[in-house]
Ligand binder design. Structure first.
Ligand code: SAH
Length: 272
C-alpha cells in the first residue's frame, strides 16, 4: 500500500472512480525518463519504493531498479520492437486485473508516458473497468536526450518551433507529413526512427530540404553508453551504419544540431 504517497488512497481519485473505497487498487502510470536514474521525478521514486508491483517496459534503464526494494514484484512487459513480450491488450488486461485485485501498481514507461508511450490507451482500459489511476510525467527523450547531447531544441537564432514525430515504419516506409518537416527555423525530433533513417533523409531531401542540413542521431541518451553522431541529411545514413548504432536512438534535425560541438558537456562513460 501507499499510505502517504498517493492521491488514489486519499480520496482524490480520478472522476471516473469517485466514490470507490480508498483501499482499492490503483495504477500509477509513471514516466521513468530517458535512462539516467537521476532524471526520475521525486514522485516516481517514492512510488517505486512503495508499490506492490511494477510492470515495466524494455526501455526502462536497468539502473532505475537499484532504487526499487527487492520485495517489490517486477513484471517485464517487454515492448521490444516487433517482438513484444506481452501484446498491448495483454498489458491492458494485466493492469486491470492487478488494479481490481487491490494492488498498488506502478506502470513504468521510458520517458514520458503520454509521448509515444501508449499511456492513453492503457488508461482508457483502466477507466473502462473503473480502476483508479494517476499519471506521473517523466522527462521525455526529446528533452532528456537533447540536454545530454548539448543540442538545445529551440534557439532564438535557429529554431522557433519544435516538432516531435514518430518515424516508426508502416509498410517499410515512414509515412510522415514531409512538407511540414522541411520548413526552416524549426527543429524536428524523430522518435523510433533508426530503422527508417535512410528513408527519412531521402524523403526530407526529396521534399526540399538541403542535403547539407544538420542532423544528429543519439543512441542511449543520458546513459554511460551515450553516442552522438552528427552529419548531414546526405551522409547520415552511412555514418550511422558505420558507427553501428543500436536502438534506442533519437534523431534531431535542424540548425540547432550545429551547437553540439560547442555545448556538449556530458561524457559517456563518466561516473556521476
Ligand atoms: N515515451 C518515451 C518514448 C517511447 S518511443 C519518451 O517519452 O521518451 C521509444 C523511442 O524513444 C526510441 O525509439 C527512441 O527514439 C526514443 N528514446 C527513448 N529513450 C531514449 C534514449 N535514452 N536515447 C535515445 N533515444 C531514446
Amino acid at each position: 500500500m501507499l499510505p502517504d504517497a498517493a492521491g488514489c488512497t486519499h480520496g482524490s481519485l480520478p472522476t471516473t472512480v469517485k466514490g470507490k473505497a480508498p483501499e482499492q487498487g490503483c495504477v500509477y502510470l509513471v514516466g521513468a525518463g530517458p535512462g539516467d536514474p537521476e532524471l526520475l521525478t521525486l514522485r516516481a521514486v517514492r512510488l517505486l519504493q512503495k508499490a506492490d508491483v511494477i510492470v515495466y517496459d524494455q526501455l526502462v534503464s536497468p539502473g532505475i531498479f537499484d532504487l526499487v526494494p527487492s520485495t517489490v514484484e517486477r513484471i517485464d512487459a517487454g515492448k521490444r520492437r516487433n517482438e513484444h513480450t506481452l501484446r498491448q491488450e495483454q498489458i491492458n488486461a494485466l493492469l486491470v486485473q492487478l488494479g481490481q485485485a487491490g494492488k498498488q501498481v506502478v506502470r513504468l514507461k521510458g520517458g514520458d508516458p503520454f509521448i509515444f508511450g501508449r499511456g492513453g490507451e492503457e488508461l482508457q482500459a483502466l477507466a473502462a473497468h473503473g480502476v483508479a489511476f494517476e499519471v506521473v510525467p517523466g522527462v521525455t527523450a526529446a528533452s532528456g536526450v537533447s540536454a545530454y547531447a548539448g543540442i538545445p531544441l529551440t534557439h532564438r537564432h535557429f529554431a522557433q518551433r519544435c516538432l516531435f514525430v514518430t518515424g516508426h515504419l508502416q509498410d517499410g516506409t515512414a509515412d510522415l507529413d514531409w512538407p511540414s518537416l522541411v520548413r526552416t527555423q524549426q527543429t524536428v525530433v524523430i522518435y523510433m526512427g533508426l530503422t527508417g533513417l535512410p528513408d527519412i533523409c531521402r524523403q526530407m531531401m526529396a521534399h526540399g530540404a538541403a542535403p547539407h542540413w544538420p542532423i544528429a542521431v543519439v543512441q542511449d541518451g543520458s546513459l554511460a553508453t551515450q553516442k552522438v553522431i552528427t552529419g548531414t541529411l546526405l551522409d547520415m545514413a552511412d555514418r550511422v551504419a558505420q558507427a553501428g548504432l543500436q536502438s534506442p536512438c533519437l534523431i534531431i534535425i535542424g540548425e540547432v544540431v550545429g551547437l553540439h560541438q560547442e555545448l556538449a558537456w556530458f561524457e559517456a562513460g563518466q561516473v556521476r
